[in-house]
Write a protein that binds this ligand. Structure first.
Ligand code: ASP
Length: 357
């Protein structure tokens, strides 16, 4: 029986080695990670190390990679420049190019993981878009920085190091598009920017972190609770433009004509950043009904930074014809509505998407 135990242990060790080998064998020792750069403060530069003013999207992907020679210990890394913009200038066109390139790379058996560098302003929108548009289990990890590459204590290099560590980790597979910064691993659906200037600006207020990472050692807490990537029924492979969706910020006594003009100016969808549980004035709700009657799909989100907008809570969505956004903030609700409008204009079907994605 000693022999049997020994054989058992040996067999176990062989299985373990084979599993690790399957990950590593097609390309030697280290996983292959591709960094796709799009710009942002992480690639920004300033005249001095200590000034607030700077310009986003100045530094190319090779310089970003060269600033972190330590990533060579984690992975074989190559870089591609997709764009070099401040993410305030992120566009549907760049989104579509980025998603298609990620899908191409992910289909390559030699590629193990993908990192995207991006500005912080709209990274939550791009990340959620990719969560719907990208079709792979391989890790797709976004990262960013609040300080330009030239600043004292620039946060970009360690964020890139950590993002590569997550992208190179087999444990990161199947967790949807992630966002890594300040040692935190967020899900693309939950992450939001909460401070205009503070380094620790990124929060996932509703459902918390996917995990944490410290100098290349990752700890994962959970998988996403909603559909994403390989489960997504959305695709942009045959798409070269996304439908126009406007977002309107609601206040006390908001002018209802703003809602009328969104539809009149060609929006196919409208997201309201409502007060509280997606609320708005009576006259604004009448304007929503007019928009719905003209074929505009209206999604009620909230300007409140956390919590969910529930269907038929204070607003009777059944009567108004509107869709409730759940936890999706206005910017992310706009993304899902754009994707939904590629398939349907039916508010009930779109409500179902909002409930599941
Ligand atoms: N405006 C910059 C951008 O989003 C801010 C940043 O990256 O932190 O590109």
């Amino acid at each position: 029986s000693v022999m049997k135990t020994r054989t058992g242990v040996l067999a176990m060790v062989l299985v373990m080695l084979a599993t690790v080998g399957a990950w590593a064998d097609h390309h030697g020792e280290r996983p292959n990670v591709v960094i796709l750069a799009t710009g942002g403060t992480i690639a920004g530069s300033a005249e001095t190390q200590t000034q607030a003013g700077y310009t986003s999207g100045q530094v190319g992907v090779d310089i970003l990679i060269d600033a972190v020679p330590q990533i060579k210990d984690l992975a074989d890394v190559t870089g591609e420049q997709i764009a070099n913009v401040g993410s305030q200038d992120m566009s549907d066109a760049i989104w579509l190019e980025l998603a298609k390139r990620i899908n191409e790379l992910a289909a390559d058996p030699e590629v193990d993981g993908i990192v995207i560098t991006h500005g912080t302003d709209t990274i939550e929108e791009t990340g959620y878009f990719l969560n719907l548009a990208v079709n792979t289990d391989k890790p797709v990890v976004m990262t960013a920085a609040m300080r330009p590459s030239t600043a004292l204590s620039a946060d970009g290099p360690l964020n890139i190091f950590n993002a590569v560590a997550v992208a190179a980790d087999p444990e990161a597979q199947g967790r949807g598009v992630m966002f890594v910064a300040n040692d935190d691993i967020h899900g693309a659906r939950g992450i939001t920017k909460t401070s205009t200037t503070h380094g620790q600006t990124f929060m996932s207020p509703d459902r918390g972190l996917i995990g944490v990472t410290l100098y290349g050692v990752n700890r994962f807490f959970r998988y996403p609770y909603t559909l994403h990537t390989t489960e997504s029924e959305f695709s942009v492979e045959e798409v070269d433009a996304l439908p126009r969706v406007a977002v309107l910020y609601i206040t006390a006594d908001v002018s209802p004509d703003l809602i009328d003009s969104a539809g009149a100016n060609g929006a196919k969808g409208l997201v309201t950043a409502g007060v509280g549980n997606g609320n708005m004035t009576g006259p604004a709700l009448e304007a929503v009904k007019r928009a719905v009657a003209k074929g505009v799909v209206v999604v009620r989100s909230s300007r409140v930074p956390s919590g969910s907008v529930g269907r038929n809570v204070e607003v009777d969505d059944d009567e108004v014809g509107s869709v409730a956004s759940g936890e999706l903030n206005p910017a992310k609700a706009r993304v899902l509505l754009k994707m939904a409008l590629l398939k349907t204009k039916d508010p009930a079907t779109i409500q179902d998407y909002f409930d599941r994605y």
